[in-house]
Write a protein that binds this ligand. Structure first.
Ligand code: HEC
Length: 125
C-alpha cells in the first residue's frame, strides 16, 4: 500500500471512530437521568399515566397517542413520531419543538445526557 493510501485510511478511521469514542450512549446512566428529571411525571409502566403519559414504548411511537391521556392540542396535532432525533430535539427544547406543549423541564439537559436518556428509553418495550 502506498504511503498516501495508508494515511488516508488512518485519517478515515480517526474521523469515523472519534465521535463514537467520545460518547458511547450509556443506557444505565440514562436511567439515572430519567429518575432525576422525568420519573416524577412519567411512569415506565405501560398504560400508567402520571402528570405525563407513560414512557413505555416511547421510541418510535406517534406523538400524542396514548389513549385516555389528556394531551395539549399542540402535542396531539404535532404529527411527530418519536424517532431518536425527534426525541432529542424535543428534550433539548420542548417548547421550541412543540410550541404550546404543556411539558416543562426543570433544567436543561446536555447532549450526552439526552443521548444516554434515549438509549434508556429505547429499552422500555
Ligand atoms: C413536570 C412534569 C414533566 C416532567 C418533569 C417531564 N415531562 Fe414529559 N411530559 C409531561 C406532560 C404533561 C406531557 C404531555 C405534553 C402535552 O400534551 O403537551 C409530556 C410529554 C412527553 C413526551 C411526549 C409523549 C407522547 O406520548 O407523545 C415525551 C417523549 C416526554 N414527555 C418525555 C419526557 C422525558 C424524557 C422527561 C425527562 C427528561 C420528561 N418528559 C419530563 C410532563 C413532564
Amino acid at each position: 500500500m502506498k504511503k498516501s493510501e495508508r494515511f488516508l485510511q488512518l485519517a478515515m478511521a480517526i474521523l469515523l471512530g472519534f465521535p463514537l469514542l467520545a460518547h458511547a450512549a450509556d443506557a444505565k446512566h440514562g436511567g439515572e437521568v430519567y429518575a432525576e428529571a422525568c420519573a416524577d411525571c412519567h411512569s415506565v409502566k405501560e398504560g400508567k399515566a402520571k402528570k405525563g403519559p407513560s414512557m413505555f414504548g416511547i421510541v418510535g411511537r406517534q406523538a400524542g397517542t396514548v389513549a385516555d391521556f389528556n394531551y395539549s392540542d399542540a402535542m396531539r396535532q404535532s404529527k411527530l413520531s418519536w424517532a431518536p432525533d425527534q426525541l432529542s430535539a424535543f428534550l433539548k427544547a420542548p417548547k421550541q419543538k412543540v410550541p404550546g406543549t404543556k411539558m416543562k423541564l426543570d433544567g436543561d439537559l446536555n447532549d450526552a445526557e439526552i443521548a444516554d436518556l434515549i438509549a434508556y428509553l429505547s429499552s422500555l418495550h
